[in-house]
Design a protein around this ligand. Structure first.
Ligand SMILES: [Zn+2]
Length: 486
């Protein structure tokens, strides 16, 4: 190569590299941030009359629909990544239902299954989507007809939300509403603790009775914070508000009614408060359950007068909706939010059952007469512990993190205690964060190790189905995944 040619080549390379650099930097400087898109839709998942209502200790057939059940679906798109958030008016959903719905969504929309969060509200007035007629302990089940129907309706709701994707602004807010959440696990005066179904004395009692003279103090603090993520058309009307509050449920329905409890009423109340909330496409409010395994709506210290059916849940729903609506007026809106998700199934073990407990269960079954339609606690737990003792080896319990801009959601597939949600908010690296329980599966109550020491309903084998370290393992995994997406 001659010197001239070499100089020519070097000159050309310089020119080429400079031009390339200029193009790249121009693009970096000029490229607008991809605007966030959001769409939301609801699918009706009300069962046929005659299905078995699961909220009580014994199931019974539903004879009326007070208000319809829904799968409320929100889809977010940052131009690269899509997330789907679904809240169903159900007591909970078996892992297999959630896996089937998440896979169907991936197949039909391309949204990866790991990016789909499906949770139940914990309304006690819905039919069974958790499992079979008896409580059993497995991570994989063949879906019932109702579960298949819910899977189809969830996927359709997500597809309809995708059709409604449009440019959106996003905001985060919180408002404390302590007046509706009360810890339901109580220390009682010495000698006042009744024996549990296993014939042992616990240190705390669940639902000890409002105004019980033996009350000493509750075994923890409730989480009073309603967290919400709001999406609106730029400068305009709301698209959706995804909220979470740590309230078990309210109840007070006519027996044998189907109802979405306060969760559904909250969504309707927030919609009524929006100008144009019912316009086309309608505003979709959503209320997920935060971490409410140990907190309900009963004021144990100051008993409240008995209310008419639906009166109390309407009161709670409208009060919370009003407070969230006021908080919405003060939020700061942003027009972009990078999205990310992490999903893991953990090696959490099923609750181990000691041989003495199996002996107790067999003896209890042998001596207790079975009376049709009558719940017998020792007999029920005798069955549960024996089924738990032969549970499938792995739980496949799922935890998930969604990053939505500078907001982080962590999920558990259990009835998680208030202090776990508060701990997650304190320890994860996002300033704006909250937890959603009953997500991507249902494994019963998940007390913290401290609560296992205290005993009580939520810790009994058969109400609690996972090892006592489950809450620690899930927290560790959630914090790791939150750090990954930060
Ligand atoms: Zn519950």
């Amino acid at each position: 190569m001659t010197k001239l040619m070499r100089n020519y080549c070097i000159g050309f390379m310089r020119y080429f590299l400079l031009a390339l650099f200029a193009t790249v930097s121009l693009h970096a400087a000029d490229a607008p941030k991809t605007p966030l898109m959001a769409g939301a839709a609801t699918s009706n998942i009300t069962p046929d009359l005659g299905g078995e209502v699961v909220g009580g200790f014994l199931p019974y057939p539903c004879t009326n629909v007070h208000d319809e059940l829904h799968a409320r679906c929100l889809v977010l798109d940052d131009g690269k990544t899509k997330l789907a958030l679904v809240v169903c008016d159900l007591l909970g959903m078996h892992r297999s239902l959630c896996v089937a719905a998440r896979e169907l969504i991936e197949k039909e929309t391309g949204i990866p299954a790991a990016n789909v969060l499906i949770s139940g509200t914990h309304t006690h007035s819905a039919v069974n989507a958790i499992g079979g007629p008896v409580r059993f302990y497995t991570s994989d089940m063949e879906l019932t007809d109702f579960q298949k129907f819910v899977v189809r309706r969830i996927a359709d709701g997500v597809r309809r939300a995708i059709h409604l994707l449009r440019p959106a602004e996003i905001a985060f807010g919180t408002v404390d509403v302590p007046e509706h959440v009360h810890i339901r696990r109580w220390f009682l005066q010495d000698g006042k603790m009744p024996p549990n179904p296993f014939g042992k004395i616990d240190k705390v009692k669940m639902n000890p009775g409002a105004g019980n003279a033996a009350l000493v103090e509750p075994a923890g603090d409730p989480d009073p914070t309603v967290s919400f993520i709001a999406l609106r058309e730029p400068g305009g009307r709301l698209i959706s508000v995804y909220s979470a509050y740590s309230l078990h449920y309210v109840g007070g329905v006519n027996s044998a009614d189907i109802s979405a409890d306060y969760y559904g009423m909250y969504c309707e109340a927030l919609k009524r408060l929006q100008a144009g909330g019912s316009d086309d496409p309608p505003f979709v409010a959503m209320m997920a359950n935060g971490t409410s395994g140990d907190a309900n709506n009963i004021n144990f210290r100051n008993p409240q007068p008995r209310k008419k059916p639906y009166e109390q849940m309407r009161y709670v729903a409208e009060d919370v909706a009003g407070k969230v609506n006021d908080a919405l007026a003060k939020v700061t809106w942003q027009n972009s939010a990078p999205l990310a998700a992490r999903y893991r199934e953990l090696g959490v073990a099923w609750r181990k059952i000691d041989p003495e407990l199996i002996t107790w269960a067999k003896e209890t079954e042998a001596r207790t007469p079975r009376i049709q339609g009558k719940a017998d606690l020792p007999l029920a737990y005798a069955g549960r512990v024996q089924r738990l003792a032969v549970a499938s080896p792995e739980t496949k319990a799922a935890v998930q993190i969604l990053r939505i801009g500078d907001i982080c959601i962590g999920t558990t597939p259990t009835e998680t205690f208030a202090e776990t949600g508060v701990e997650f908010r304190k320890r994860n690296p996002f300033a704006k964060s909250f937890m959603v329980e009953l997500a991507n599966g249902y494994y019963g109550y998940m007390p913290t190790p401290r609560h296992f020491e205290l005993g009580g309903y939520e810790t009994w084998p058969g109400t609690n189905n996972l090892e006592p370290q489950a809450s620690v393992k899930m927290m560790d995994a959630l914090l790791e995944m939150a750090a990954e997406v930060k």
